[in-house]
Design a protein around this ligand. Structure first.
Ligand code: SF4
Ligand code: SF4
Ligand code: SF4
Length: 227
């Protein structure tokens, strides 16, 4: 057996166990484990994880026998933990956020309102950009966790991310099979009709937002004393 492989696999696990499992990709890798793999190979520095901040850098430095160094803010700044909420009245049920979530923390189905399982949300913010109606908002996490609880939550997030990757693999396989069976014209027509449905829903939400803003302005006018 290749002993280097065993050594590296163990080292990768130990590095990965230190990382916060936010799965936000701010370190420039596709998740915590790919970053851990790069560090184990000596191809990435120990100060690239903004969610982990100083504490993670200290633990990595200890494990890898290096001097601690400040967080490289080119990768982002360390800040308080956040989660996201969905403005359910504006959600058009396009499912784009579900596809973006690395830990499957969003529940919903096509054309139905979506909601976030706050307990499972890591605050990675990967779902914000794909939302076509900007109805996902970042808010402070309900309560700061002590170190033991934070480690337990990280372990759960690691497992959820593994399941997420497996689910994507299975789905990719099914989609490839489906595309091989369907005619190219039918595939294009389905994609176009989906795009058109999303565009129409976005327009409806924009009208709703304008109506909401007008109502808020009207209420503010009623409350302020007459000039
Ligand atoms: S928490 Fe984000 S920045 Fe830190 S290692 Fe994981 S994916 Fe990279
Ligand atoms: S719900 Fe959004 S912020 Fe929370 S884990 Fe999923 S993608 Fe990240
Ligand atoms: S991306 Fe936005 S609009 Fe689409 S399902 Fe998610 S929250 Fe709803």
């Amino acid at each position: 057996m290749d002993t280097n492989f065993v050594y590296n696999a163990t080292l990768i696990d130990r590095i990965d166990a230190i990382l916060p499992q936010t799965q936000c990709r701010q370190c420039s890798f596709q998740g915590c484990r790919p970053y851990a793999q790069a560090m184990a190979k000596g191809e990435a520095d120990i100060n690239q994880c903004p969610p982990g901040g100083e504490q993670v850098i200290l633990e990595l430095a200890r494990l890898l026998g290096q001097e601690p160094k400040p967080l490289n803010e080119a990768y982002g700044r360390h800040g308080p933990k956040t989660v996201v909420v969905i403005d359910e009245l504006l959600c058009i049920g396009c499912t784009l956020c579900i596809q973006a979530c690395p830990v499957d923390a969003i529940l919903g189905a096509a054309k139905l309102m979506h909601t976030v399982i706050t307990e499972e949300c890591t605050g990675c913010n990967l779902c914000l950009a794909p939302c076509p109606v900007d109805c996902i908002h970042s808010i402070p996490a309900p309560q700061p966790l002590d170190t033991t609880l934070a480690k337990q939550k990280s372990a759960i997030a690691r497992e959820r991310h593994r399941w997420h990757l497996t689910r994507l693999e299975i789905r990719k396989k099914h989609e490839t099979e489906r595309k091989q069976q369907a005619s190219p014209q039918k595939t294009t027509a389905t994609a176009n009709s989906r795009k058109a449905a999303i565009a129409a829903a976005v327009q409806r939400v924009q009208a709703k937002k304008i109506a909401r803003a007008a109502l808020a302005a009207q209420n503010a006018q009623k409350k302020s004393p007459a000039e």
